[in-house]
Design a protein around this ligand. Sequence first.
Ligand SMILES: Cc1ncc(COP(=O)(O)O)c(C=O)c1O
Length: 376
Amino acid sequence: MRVYLSRPDITEKEIEAVCAVLRSPDLSLGPKLAEFEQAFANYVGTKRAVAVNSGTSGLFLCLLALGIGSGDEVITTPFTFIASATSIMMAGARPVFVDIDPVSLNIDAARIESKISPKTKAILPVEIFGNPAGFDRVCEIAQEHNLPVIEDACEALGSALHGKKAGTFGTMSVFAFYPNKQITTGEGGMILTDREDLADMCVSLRNQGRSKNSKWLNHERLGYNFRLSDINCALGIAQLARIDEIKAKRQRAAKWYQEMLADDRRLIVPTEPPGCELSWFVFVVRLAGEPSICQRNQILDTMRSREIQVSDYFPAVHLQPFIAEQFGHQEGDFPIAESVCKSTIALPFYNNLTKDDVAIVCRTLKEVLDENLPVA
Ligand SMILES: Cc1ncc(COP(=O)(O)O)c(C=O)c1O
């Protein structure tokens, strides 16, 4: 590969922080866990933070803590990473999809109310590609209907809408730390909430159903092992300390792409939405017009054959075969999401992407578009 889709950015200081834990006796449930949770809650601005071993387990625990299960419905978006929907299914509930806004690509708040039924127990919106646009409206609707919001902020660490940080919109919110995220712990996630009862329940559920004061082998409820080790937490603390620098590096890469692709009418190039501070997660361009999925896939394949790693963030969740089959979805159910899904090209994007890397990607993309989608 000449340019990878994503690369981690780990400093010597971070390696040292991990090694220090490895030299200590506290590899799990030690001081780094509490320190990471506190630093994270302080940064985003919530009362409590509960670290878990992935964003997926974080979403699942939020649903359980809110008492959501079999026979319940949770409203979410079909344009997301699959875990937003599968976490609902893991809890035994049904994901009820609502089409997206064609500009923000987030769940369309105006379409939510028509999907609320007596079975609806929560709304699970996703800040897709880190974008919090429309979240104020989603929260108003939830409040009018007395529904909790589980904010899937897995892609949005450091974003804000009208000065309000991503992660503070929901009754509960979840971040994720897979290596392509703004900060990484290798694998990991964080649940945030202002509600002590929900945070305490998540602490118990992530640790085999133990209660705060129970003995190690006494268990109060059905729980899981979703703990995040102190090794991971040490990396997370050191990464979080660099979040401003990380955001600036990603913003710089986004600006290079915007400048180099601005004049190409075959592409819709992402920009910072009005009123938002976008913490760039990925750089996803879209093919303008109504490309077929074959045309888009041909472009992806050709880019890969020229050693530029690209991806199709995201295929429509409701059309993943096992979900379509279980809930009876078919093509045409959510036309805006489906049309967006056919047009996306995620370009290489990470902290230390150089201007030369961006130039190689943009030059190659334009050549590939010339071959596949000549300008009319
Ligand atoms: C929107 C969204 N939700 C949930 C997740 C799940 O996070 P994890 O991979 O840590 O389980 C991700 C991670 O890619 C994500 O992007």
